[in-house]
Every structure is written in structure tokens, then in C-alpha cells.
Design a protein around this ligand. Structure first.
Ligand code: TYM
Length: 337
């Protein structure tokens, strides 16, 4: 009898395109460590995705190393998971080419993220920006991932990934696992801007008070929370429709303390917004300090981080190669054997 059921595969990635926000952390990275015992987890630093908007080469290199360190500092264990840099495994680009041939331009041009980014980077609307979701589908499908933990903003890309997997399977026979998104049920899947709670918290926001980064120091975190936009009544109550700012702060508080929203509401009943914002700010700042310290420690050991990436890329390639060979065979590429 089999002692242990084979674990399902899980894949996710984060772009090394500058600061990582507490939105990325709550919606995605925090869950990576929590899922690593139940699943066979594969996590990547998506540098191929990052160059779809302009990056300074030296900053991209630095951010890649920092993101590997941050994953580990947030609890991702390189002994349990495969942790690697996307560009180290060429199969991602190779599968993208094949999937491009079953993807229609209309499917890509209607993607919300493409439309948003095209508007924001009007001077650099490139084919990579449009093809971004096909590369993302390749990331996931190469590893036959059953589950993909992401924030709510990636749902549309996940739907396209499923469509492409099914389309390929229908055309060429069963090849890919059709993945399911793993998106947090509560509002943690979409942390909102502190300056405008109708917008997603994003590292590319022009207003630095709109987001908290994982490397913001204690004073900065507290100052930004003090400035957070709330509303004109004074009740700490979760109500996304009418009190989006307060609801967002409650969600962040819940994510960092583990207290339920109802418990948090009770804790702040009768207290003013000033006390509430200070408490959320202090909680987040205190939670970030050990992560920042661990990240700084890891960054001093570049050999260790390089080793993790190298081992990760080798292990990732071993899995990716199998899928890619299968795909090449199915589409009819002559193997020379
Ligand atoms: P990126 O780097 O933009 O975002 C990384 C993760 O953070 C989530 N996220 C949020 N979650 C909650 N609230 C927010 N305000 C918030 N902002 C961002 C994103 O949903 C994401 O999960 N395209 C991916 C990177 C990627 C990927 C993949 C993900 C490349 N290949 C394959 C999964 C599977 C992205 O948006 O990265």
C-alpha cells in the first residue's frame, strides 16, 4: 500500500520589478510558505516578465537577488520547495513560442492588465507586454501545476492559462494539467492603496504613501498608515462598499495578527481612527522587522543564495524538460531519434 499520496504541484512567481509591497505579501508570498508542506511547491522570480516594462539592468539584477532572499525570509524553505529564477530555465520561452501559436491576439488585447499597463507605459507598448499572459501560462503548465496561489488581479491570466491548456489538450491529446487558482477568500486577495482605497495597492503608484513596501522602516510604515485615507464617520467597521479605507486597514490588520475581522472590530469599538491607524501601523512595522533582518542576513551570503538558485534551476529544468519534450513530440517536431 502506498504510504503517502503523491502531492499535487503548485506554482507561483513574483516579478523582481522594484519594491515588493505588503499587497504582494498578503495576496501571495505569505501563502507560499504556508502551502509548502501540503504541496510540491515551485516558486520563481519572474525576471522575463519584469522586462515587459523598462528595467535598469543593474537594478533588475539586484532585485532578483533580493527577491530570492525575501522569499526565504518570508518562510519559503529551499529544502522543501524549488526556488529559481525564470530566465535560468529556457523552457519557459520555448513553451511560450508554441503556446503563442494557439493564442489569438484578441484574447491578449482584452486583458485588463495589458490595457492598464499600455495606458501607464504609452511610450513602450511592446509585444512582450501583450504576450505576458502566454509566458505566465507557460510558467504554470510546464510544471503541470494543479494550483496557483495569486492575488485577485491575476484571475484573468489564470483563466487564459486554463483555456490554453484545454485548447492544447483538445488539439493534441492530453498534455497539460488544467490549473486552479488559489485566491484568498477574504479581501486579502486585493489589498487596496492607502491613499485611494478604490485602487489596488501597487508598487508602481506615483504616490509613495499609497503603498507599504517590505523594506519600509518602522517610522515610514507608521507615518504612511497615519496618513491612510479613511472616511468621515468614526466607526471602525468592515464595510467595503461604504468604508473601503477602514475595511482595507482591517484586512491588513487581520492578515498580520491572525485576528478575525469581527475580533478586530470589537478591539477598536469606541476608539478613534487615530488609535486604530497607529495600531495597524505598529503591528505591520513590528511584523516586518524580523523579515527585514533575515533578508539582510541572507543577502550577506551571496554564495548561499546563488547555490539555492542554481539547484532550483536544475530541479525546475528537470520537470520542465519532460513537459516540453512531450509538447514538441505532440506538435510534430522531429527529434532526430
Ligand atoms: P507581481 O509581481 O505583479 O505580483 C506578485 C503577486 O502579488 C499579488 N498582488 C497582490 N495581492 C493582493 N493585493 C495586492 N494589492 C496585490 N498586488 C499584487 C499578485 O496577484 C501576484 O500573485 N504575473 C504575476 C507574476 C507571475 C506569475 C506567474 C504568477 C509570473 N508568472 C505564474 C503566478 C504563476 C504578477 O502579477 O506578479
Amino acid at each position: 500500500m502506498q504510504e503517502e499520496a503523491i502531492k499535487k504541484k503548485l506554482f507561483s512567481a513574483v516579478q523582481p520589478s522594484g519594491a515588493v509591497t505588503i499587497g504582494n505579501y498578503i495576496g501571495a508570498i505569505r501563502n507560499f510558505a504556508q502551502l509548502q508542506d501540503a504541496y510540491d511547491c515551485i516558486y520563481a522570480v519572474a525576471d522575463l516578465h519584469a522586462i515587459t516594462v523598462r528595467q535598469e539592468a543593474s537594478a533588475l539584477r539586484r532585485n532578483t537577488l533580493e527577491l530570492i532572499a525575501l522569499f526565504i525570509a518570508c518562510g519559503v524553505d529551499p529544502e522543501k520547495c524549488i526556488l529559481f529564477v525564470q530566465s535560468h530555465v529556457p523552457a519557459h520561452c520555448e513553451l511560450t513560442w508554441v503556446l503563442n501559436t494557439i493564442t489569438y491576439p484578441g484574447e491578449l488585447s482584452r486583458m485588463t492588465q495589458f490595457k492598464d499597463k499600455s495606458a501607464r507605459h504609452a511610450e513602450n507598448v511592446n509585444m512582450g507586454l501583450m504576450d505576458y499572459p502566454v509566458l505566465m501560462a507557460s510558467d504554470i503548465l510546464l510544471y503541470q501545476a494543479a494550483l496557483v496561489p495569486v492575488g485577485a488581479d491575476q484571475k484573468q491570466h489564470l483563466e487564459l492559462t486554463r483555456d490554453l491548456a484545454l485548447r492544447f489538450n483538445n488539439r493534441y491529446g492530453d498534455t497539460f494539467t488544467v490549473p486552479e487558482p488559489y485566491i484568498l477568500k477574504e479581501s486579502g486577495a486585493k489589498i487596496m492603496s492607502l491613499a485611494d482605497p478604490s485602487k489596488k495597492m501597487s508598487k508602481s503608484d506615483e504616490n509613495v504613501n499609497a503603498f507599504i513596501t517590505m523594506s519600509d522602516d518602522r517610522d515610514t510604515v507608521i507615518r504612511k498608515f497615519k496618513k491612510a485615507v479613511t472616511d468621515s464617520d468614526a466607526e471602525v467597521r468592515f464595510d467595503i462598499e461604504n468604508k473601503p479605507g477602514v475595511s482595507n486597514l482591517l484586512t491588513i490588520y487581520h492578515a498580520f495578527t491572525g485576528k478575525s475581522i469581527a475580533e478586530a472590530e470589537k478591539e477598536f469599538a469606541g476608539k478613534g481612527y487615530g488609535d486604530f491607524k497607529l495600531a495597524v501601523g505598529e503591528t505591520v512595522a513590528d511584523a516586518l522587522i524580523p523579515i527585514q533582518a533575515e533578508k539582510a542576513r541572507l543577502l550577506k551570503d551571496k554564495d548561499f543564495l546563488n547555490g539555492v538558485m542554481k539547484r532550483g534551476a536544475e530541479n525546475a529544468y528537470r520537470i520542465a524538460r519532460k513537459t516540453l519534450s512531450k509538447v514538441y513530440r505532440k506538435v510534430g517536431f522531429y527529434s532526430g531519434e
